[in-house]
Design a protein around this ligand. Structure first.
Ligand code: SAH
Length: 354
């Protein structure tokens, strides 16, 4: 098989270089980049201001990543949409469109599956298949804009996968989605959520991007955290907090902490007090998420009262905290559940066909 360039993953300067190598005038790079990232076409044939000859040449040496929608679920409650997309290699991923007053937000996946193994999460049940390319991540945003006819102003990297476990491609995605010749999204409107890979957080801090860093903490002590998240055996909460301080120092960006509340595991008053103790004095925000139970694990959601109490304890101790508003609860399925149920239904079909 001839190796073709994934042209939508190329930075503008790389498209320029490609065009130069093809012996064509540099201004063509601008046109191509605009077709790919502003008009978001999925074939070279649509690039009508390029000659047929040139389009064929490009087609011979490059591919344009495109996602195919397999299923779209729309919430009757708030218009939230869950998209199941097929990638060129047949893998499926999911993305979500949420409509908030402050603008439309797309939640993207960064890997096919995940290898972090968090107990409450559906995305990791079958492990990780592969990293997504920058172009595939961009396509999650581009296809949703096209299908929904909505302009997307915010992106959160909170779908399936661990973004910092796919570091290079995720940075490339960030470069491209904030590129002024493309979508020109503000870095401040992007949130990257991580389970806490300490060296990569420090590496990210060095880049001094203006994105918001969200840390999936989910516990106030290492022992409880280890019960929920295998990564906690590698990095302690203290190490994570130090990396967060470093991030704040270098970027000036307030850190978000996510805390999924699991009944009887991490949701009592003492846990809230411990968390407040840990975070007091830090410029941060805590997002409380009553856990969305998955059928494969015996974890229960905290009741409303425990969630409220947890929030109050934090607030009383000077730690900003909000309870995450549940979006699209009628089409629910936490992170990775749609993909999981789709995979199960197609696997069963295949087995039945034998
Ligand atoms: N790997 C990244 C981003 C993906 S998940 C991370 O760990 O941050 C986005 C957030 O949803 C994380 O805080 C994750 O822990 C949480 N999450 C995943 N499944 C959940 C569930 N079933 N209920 C509540 N929160 C969940």
């Amino acid at each position: 098989m001839i190796y073709k360039t994934d042209i939508k993953s190329l930075l503008f300067s790389e498209v320029e270089q490609l065009i130069r190598e093809m012996g064509l005038p540099a201004f063509r790079a601008k046109q191509i980049f605009s077709w790919l990232h502003e008009k978001q076409v999925t074939s070279f044939d649509e690039m009508t201001n390029l000659s047929k000859d040139f389009r064929e040449k490009l087609n011979d040496s490059c591919t344009i990543a495109a996602l195919t929608p397999v299923e779209i679920l729309t919430s009757k409650l708030d218009g939230t949409q869950k998209y199941l997309f097929r990638l060129a290699d047949g893998n499926v991923i999911e993305s979500v469109l949420m409509k908030y007053h402050h603008g439309n937000t797309v939640c993207i996946s960064t890997q096919v599956g995940c290898r972090m193994g968090c107990k409450f999460c559906a995305s990791t049940l079958d492990g990780m298949e592969r990293n997504l390319t920058a172009s595939e991540m961009l396509e999650e945003v581009y296809r949703i804009q096209h299908i929904s006819h909505e302009r997307v102003s915010n992106v959160v990297l909170m779908g399936s996968g661990e973004p910092l476990d796919n570091y290079e491609n995720v940075m490339r995605f960030l470069d491209l989605i904030t590129e002024e010749r493309g979508q020109n999204l503000s870095a401040r409107n992007i949130t990257l959520s991580t389970c806490g890979l300490v060296p990569e957080i420090c590496r990210l801090a060095q880049e001094r991007r203006q994105i918001t860093l969200a840390i999936s903490l989910h516990a106030a002590d290492d022992k409880t955290r280890q019960e929920l998240m295998p990564i906690a055996r590698k990095y302690s909460i203290q190490e994570i907090l130090q990396a967060c301080d470093d991030y704040f120092e270098k970027t000036g960006r307030r850190i978000s902490f996510e805390y999924s509340l699991v009944a009887g595991v991490n949701d009592n008053r003492e846990e809230a007090e411990k968390l407040a103790e840990l975070l007091r004095g830090r410029n941060c925000h805590v997002n409380l998420i009553p856990v969305n139970p998955i059928k494969e694990r015996d974890l229960k959601r905290s009741d409303r009262k425990s969630v409220e109490t947890f929030r109050e304890v934090l607030e009383q101790r000077g730690v900003n905290a909000t309870i995450r508003r549940e979006m699209g609860s009628d089409i629910n399925g936490a992170c990775g559940q749609l993909r999981k149920s789709y995979k199960e239904s197609t696997d069963t079909k295949e087995e039945g066909e034998e």
